[in-house]
Design a binder for this molecule. Structure first.
Ligand SMILES: [Ca+2]
Length: 414
């Protein structure tokens, strides 16, 4: 750990001292140098609870500030509730819109007509056309994979589909639903909705627990696909090597469980580990490093309260043997949606940092990670007043971000 003090222990006197350390390169104990200076924690508002973190630095870590000059430019304001971004090989972006449309946006701001051939979505509430990813061999096979809320008799569920982007880019050819996160439920909240490829060429997909008290316990039920991260092949079958393969009391596609509503998934560029962000209740949004077969605790442990202000659990507990602790949590919440690690060279101090979109918090959180812990936090584009729904790295070391208000930003070195 560098000379960061856990922010929740800082008195105003130490804040002043720490803030005076501007621009001094910080030497860390593993002999790597970072140019990040140490500032007071970015969060200044009162927490919802007085719950104690499990370890120092699990929340309200010291602030950091990017020193390389950068700016966020609006590429377009013409999108309608965009939800997911995938960056095409030529650095145009393929974007889902919640109501069910898929479009390509060029960096000159031109937005394509809606691409046809997408199966119908249930766009009520938090449902719709959600996250997407490109096949690792997209350049040759043009395959796209996406998540959506599929309307069926009796309600809807999170589903995964795939199809080929036609050569003329006007349609998705041969769209096919390859996975359904059952059971179906008649609700309109908490679908999860992110999808990424892992290093073995299988798909990792997040689902939600559908929010209601009635469905919430299914996060802990390995026979239910709700409140999980699942790992499937490109054909939607349980992937080889999954932790519950052969277990009669579990679904073979389950990778991890005890999740509430995961809307951020990313692989660490160096370790290959899976990281996620998930919506907690009031005061309990989390960043987790996910390991196969582990239980991430919802709704048994949480740092948050019900939206009503009521405690969760009787008595409410935040830590329990056998249940994984978040690497980091936000109270008040970030409302995290979209997650990406930075691998570019354009802004050197961002290397291997993780960027999390924030909805109600209206900024993008930049988190500096060291030894699987968060050691610094910064807020980007916090004066734009936008709800950031997804983030993705572009081909030229920029970060793309979309907002519920219909904007696509490019955040790049000046
Ligand atoms: Ca958790």
């Amino acid at each position: 750990m560098k000379k960061t003090l856990p922010a929740f222990l800082l008195s105003s006197a130490t804040l002043f001292t720490v803030a005076c350390n501007n621009n001094a390169a910080t030497k860390t104990n593993d002999n790597s140098t970072t140019t990040d200076s140490v500032y007071p924690a970015v969060e200044k508002n009162k927490a919802n609870t007085s719950y104690k973190p499990a370890f120092e630095g699990q929340t309200r870590i010291a602030g950091v500030k990017t020193t390389t000059p950068y700016e966020g430019k609006v590429i377009t304001k013409e999108l309608k509730s965009p939800w997911g971004i995938a960056v095409l090989p030529d650095n145009r972006v393929l974007i889902t819109e919640k109501e069910g449309d898929l479009r390509i946006v060029s960096l000159d701001g031109s937005v394509s007509e809606a691409i046809t051939g997408i199966p119908k979505v249930d766009a009520q509430g938090q449902g719709g056309l959600l996250g997407l990813t490109l096949d690792p061999d997209f350049s040759s096979n043009r395959m796209v994979y996406w998540v959506f809320s599929e309307p069926v008799s009796g309600g809807n569920h999170t589903a995964v589909a795939k199809g080929r982007l036609a050569d003329d880019e006007k349609s998705i050819e041969g769209a096919k639903v390859i996975y359904q996160a059952l059971p179906t439920y008649d609700g309109k909240l908490h679908y999860g909705g992110r999808i990424i490829f892992d290093k073995s060429g299988n798909l990792l997909v997040s689902t939600g627990e559908r929010s209601d008290l009635e469905t919430r316990p299914q996060s802990q039920d390995l026979k239910s696909a709700l409140g999980k991260i699942i790992r499937i092949t490109k054909d939607g079958k349980p992937a080889e090597g999954n932790p519950f393969a052969g277990d009669a009391n579990a679904r073979p596609e389950v990778y991890s469980y005890g999740h509430r509503n995961v809307q951020g998934l990313a692989l660490h560029p160096e370790t290959g580990d899976l990281w996620e962000t998930e919506f907690g209740p009031r005061g309990g949004d989390e960043l987790n490093r996910v390991e196969a077969g582990k239980n991430y605790g919802w709704p048994i442990i949480t740092y948050g309260l019900e939206y009503s202000g009521k405690e969760i659990g009787n008595p409410p507990i935040q830590q329990k043997e056998g249940l994984e602790q978040p690497v980091y949590y936000w109270d008040p919440v970030l409302s995290p949606s979209g997650l990406t690690f930075y691998t570019g060279d354009a802004i050197p101090e961002w290397k291997n940092n993780v960027f999390a979109g924030g909805l109600s918090s209206t900024h993008i959180a930049r988190l500096v990670i060291k030894d699987n812990k968060v050691v610094g936090e910064e807020r980007l584009l916090d004066r734009e007043g936008q709800r950031f729904r997804d983030v993705a790295q572009g081909k030229n070391g920029e970060i793309f971000a979309i907002t519920d208000g219909g904007r696509l930003y490019s955040i790049a070195k000046k």
